[in-house]
Design a protein around this ligand. Structure first.
Ligand code: NDP
Length: 504
């Protein structure tokens, strides 16, 4: 919930209460250009520190985050409306771990690697491949995880030796500003990291200045960012929307599956790109599963977060999102769905609220099964068998993650290979995100291009450089001018030998 004033500032409101959190500047293109110039001037010095020099500051920041956990949690909760636990576990913990991880892994992922060759003209030479930072990276993030999904993508970019301009969502800028203070206190050289607060226009200005853009957000805006990056011929990595399915097979541990469905559909008030957004349950256990999930969701305590353990589910974060959730639920009910739990905004006096909600008798004619809802809703659909579940799970423009619950893990994995999803979990959901070694990203255009985490989670912030060194050599190589029939004949004889399998 924001309002832009004539003095080019943005007022940020607490979504749980409607109270004012504070104001931030709404930077225009000239201000973003100035940040980019400072970043460009500071970047070579940061790169020159090398992996070890940068790691010192990154590791300090890992500790800083834990030392300032209370302040961070309070800031995140104020501007997002999420619970203390959602802020602590999925954000603060992630941020600290990510600083340690990228400090340790950057040299492993980006350092020189030896390349072997069998090709005649380069035999005996030393071939290496390495990565150089692109220069200035633009990170543009959403409001659902201001630390993890917004600031978090700046961490590997910095570890690679880049300067970063971060454009946080206009509704959640304060987390990024606090972390910028942390980086400065940990000794990050001036200009290497900047926060460009502002609206979508500020984000567009960032894309116009940087050498690579990492975008997380909606599919619609992602398409715009990709087009702007293409016009400048700069690389873009896009983490977009999701509509993640959970499949529960007849042999599943129903209690574990029900706990996962209830939790991962409603934690962070359902505003997680890899949240469980829809559920397909095999007929023999459908009734038991629905009863267990409904009881668990009905027992959730929703309200204004006020410290550890105060509530289970907080508010939504972004005003238009309340309307999307309400529209999806109304559309489902109008088409014959039955509400078992929730289904309304609730009776909070102020703020952005929607109750944790369970729906049944749903089908794929309904928006709630096809569009990203991004709210605390769980539609559950009965299926005849695993084949029907896989078909329905794949019937989507999105393909971020998917989960399968079954006691037969080998069968679950075999079925998982048929799912069009960037990540598949068996008897688990969402926690794969915490494995920073494991690549994460979309398998269909609607969910984006590129990967976060793993090797590609940092090489994307670099340009690859190949190196060839020649130590032992003739003064004149065999293939050079002048061409003579005799030498061409010798060369051809050699090529024939090599291409008959002698080089394997
Ligand atoms: P948006 O796409 O609306 O906005 C994302 C960011 O882009 C914001 O900072 C926004 O600024 C900025 N922006 C808006 N217009 C432009 C533009 N033309 N050029 C550059 N930047 C621009 O997404 P939301 O903030 O609404 O985030 C929710 C979405 O993010 C959901 O669809 C969700 O699935 C997705 N998401 C995906 C994740 C993933 O890893 N795949 C993780 C988390 C969320 P401003 O807010 O100021 O308008």
């Amino acid at each position: 919930m924001t309002t832009t004033t004539e003095t080019a500032t943005i007022t940020v409101h607490a979504p749980a209460t409607g109270e004012v959190v504070g104001t931030v500047p709404d930077l225009d293109a000239a201000a973003v250009h100035a940040l980019a110039e400072r970043a460009r001037a500071a970047q070579p010095g940061w790169q020159a520190l090398g992996f070890a020099g940068r790691a010192v500051i990154l590791r300090k920041m890992q500790r800083w985050i834990m030392d300032h956990a209370d302040e961070l949690v309070a800031t995140i909760c104020a501007e997002t409306g999420k619970t203390h636990e959602d802020a602590l576990i999925a954000e603060v913990n992630y941020g600290a771990a990510a600083f340690g991880f990228w400090a340790r892994q950057a040299p492993r992922y980006l350092g020189d690697s030896r390349v072997r060759t069998t090709q005649l003209l380069v035999r005996g030479k030393r071939l290496r491949s390495r990565y150089r930072p692109v220069g200035v990276v633009g990170v543009i993030g959403p409001w659902n995880y201001p630390l993890t999904n917004s600031f978090g993508d700046a961490i590997p970019a910095l570890a690679a030796g880049n300067a970063v301009i971060l454009k946080p969502s206009e509704v959640t800028p304060f987390t990024s500003l606090l972390l910028a203070r942390g980086l400065a206190e940990c000794g990050l050289p001036d200009g290497v990291f900047a926060v460009a607060t502002g609206t979508g226009a500020t984000g567009a200005a960032v894309v116009d200045e940087v050498d690579m853009v990492m975008f997380t957000g909606s599919t619609t805006t992602g398409r715009r960012v990709a087009a702007a990056a293409a016009a400048r011929l700069i690389p873009a990595s896009l983490e977009l929307g999701g509509k993640d399915p959970m499949i529960v097979l007849a042999d599943a541990d129903v209690e574990r599956a029900a706990n996962h469905a209830a939790y991962y559909a409603t934690f962070n008030c359902g505003q997680t790109c890899i949240a469980v957004e829809r559920c397909y349950v095999e007929a023999p256990i459908y009734d038991e599963f629905v009863a267990r999930v409904s009881a668990k969701v009905a027992a959730l305590r929703q309200g204004v977060p006020n410290g550890p353990g105060s509530v289970d589910v907080g508010s939504l974060t972004f005003a238009p999102q309340v309307e999307v959730v309400e529209r999806h639920v109304a559309d489902a009910v109008a088409r014959g769905a039955r509400l078992l739990v929730g289904g309304e905004r609730g009776d909070q006096k102020a703020g952005l609220w929607f109750q944790p909600t369970v729906l049944v008798d749903v089908d794929h004619s309904m928006e709630i099964m096809r569009e990203e809802t991004f709210g605390p809703t769980l539609p559950i659909m009965r299926v005849a068998d695993a084949d029907e579940a896989i078909r329905l799970a794949n019937d989507s423009a999105y393909g971020l993650s998917a989960s399968i619950f079954t006691r037969d893990v080998a069968r679950g994995e075999a079925l998982g290979r048929r799912l069009e999803a960037g990540a598949v979990t068996i008897n688990d959901a969402v926690v794969n995100y915490t494995a920073l070694e494991l690549p994460m990203g979309g398998a269909k255009p609607g969910s984006g291009i590129g990967r976060r985490h793993g090797k590609e989670g940092i090489t994307k912030y670099c340009r690859q450089q190949s190196m060839l060194s020649s130590r032992l050599h003739l003064r004149h190589d065999l293939h050079m001018h002048p061409y003579t029939a005799r030498r061409t004949g010798q060369l051809f004889a050699l090529l024939k030998l090599l291409n008959r399998g002698l080089t394997r």
